[in-house]
Design a protein around this ligand. Structure first.
Ligand code: CP
Length: 316
């Protein structure tokens, strides 16, 4: 098994073997993060740019810390304070970054395909940190890493993704990763946000929450992506919560060992009851912890990392 990709653009095009390489490399980096000295020299001399044109808390900070733990130099690009505001194109912005000899560009952008576009002309590696409603590959990777850590093999597990599927890049990346790894994927939410065409790629679709959660081993909740919806997809937030919110009474109908996941940001009291988000079945903050190891693995692999034996030495 070997990794030969220079970019990480999506989950859809990855093979099962490539998924497993990222997950096993992330497990090595998680062990590094538990050592007294958490930094390794793996990316010393390399420069990583966080090109975030949409807001982010978890992904941007996690990539920044991942690059620092690998001893790379990190530059955080602020779209609001950049010449994008003066009309400079994304292509020109990226080419100017490349003129500074950067090695990796991590991009979050509202346009589907923006990372793929950059990868066609940049010599730097490109990592997709979320493109429109298309994909958010490292979120799916950290989600499946967390599921594996808690439940063992993903094959045969019942995973329900509940909420706004239509406008969610997290949902799309999760669906591809989970199906490739052999999970049974159920999608649930209002019919305006959970279209039936997802059945064509192997998901089960239901608009009844009771049916979606009864046999779930994992419930992954998604917030309503208001920023991407062109029209209101349901009558009110109150109605959404009453029909699809994960409440304490609904949680009582689930398996006792169900895992509750959420990529964040959480809208407490809307898609998830606040006590459930903080409860003992929730692994929401463990997802964030695992995101660091997964992003270290991705940075390592796209810059030519070949073997986990290279990971072991602590930074001088
Ligand atoms: N899960 C996620 O992508 O969160 P951020 O938008 O804060 O990066």
């Amino acid at each position: 098994m070997s990794w030969n990709r220079k970019h990480l653009l999506d989950i859809q095009s990855l093979s099962v073997e490539e998924l497993r390489i990222i997950l096993s490399t992330a497990a090595e980096f998680k062990r590094v993060g538990e050592r007294a000295i958490k930094k390794v020299p793996t990316l010393r001399g390399k420069t990583v740019v966080n090109l975030f044109v949409e807001p982010s808390t978890r992904t941007r900070i996690s990539f920044e810390l991942a690059a620092q733990r690998l001893s790379a130099d990190v530059v955080n690009f602020s779209a609001e304070a950049s010449s994008l505001k003066k009309g400079e194109s994304l292509k020109d912005t990226a080419r100017n970054l490349e003129a500074l000899n950067v090695d990796v560009i991590i991009i979050r952008h509202g346009a589907t395909g923006a990372p793929h576009f950059l990868s066609r002309f940049l010599s730097a590696s490109v990592i997709n940190a979320g493109d429109g409603a298309h994909e958010h590959p490292t979120q799916a990777l950290l989600d499946v890493f967390t599921i594996q850590e808690k439940k063992g093999d993903i094959k045969g597990l019942n995973v329900t993704i509940l909420g706004d599927i239509q406008y969610s890049r997290v949902a799309r990346s999760n669906i591809w990763a989970l199906l490739k790894l052999g999970a049974n994927v159920t999608l649930c939410g209002p019919s305006t946000l959970v279209p039936r065409h997802f059945e064509e790629i192997g998901c089960k679709v239901t608009h009844k929450i009771e049916e979606a959660i009864a046999n779930a081993d994992i419930i992954n909740l998604l917030r309503i992506q208001h920023e991407r919806q062109r029209q209101t997809s349901f009558p009110s937030i109150g109605e959404y919560t009453s029909l699809f919110g994960l409440t304490k009474s609904r949680l009582e109908t689930t398996k006792k060992d169900v895992l509750i996941m959420h990529p964040g940001p959480i809208n407490r009291g809307v898609e998830i009851d606040s006590d459930i988000a903080d409860g003992d079945r929730s692994v929401i903050l463990q997802q964030v912890t695992n995101g660091l190891a997964v992003r270290m693995a991705v940075l390592y692999l796209v810059t030519g990392g070949r073997g986990t034996q290279e990971i072991a030495p602590a930074s001088a």
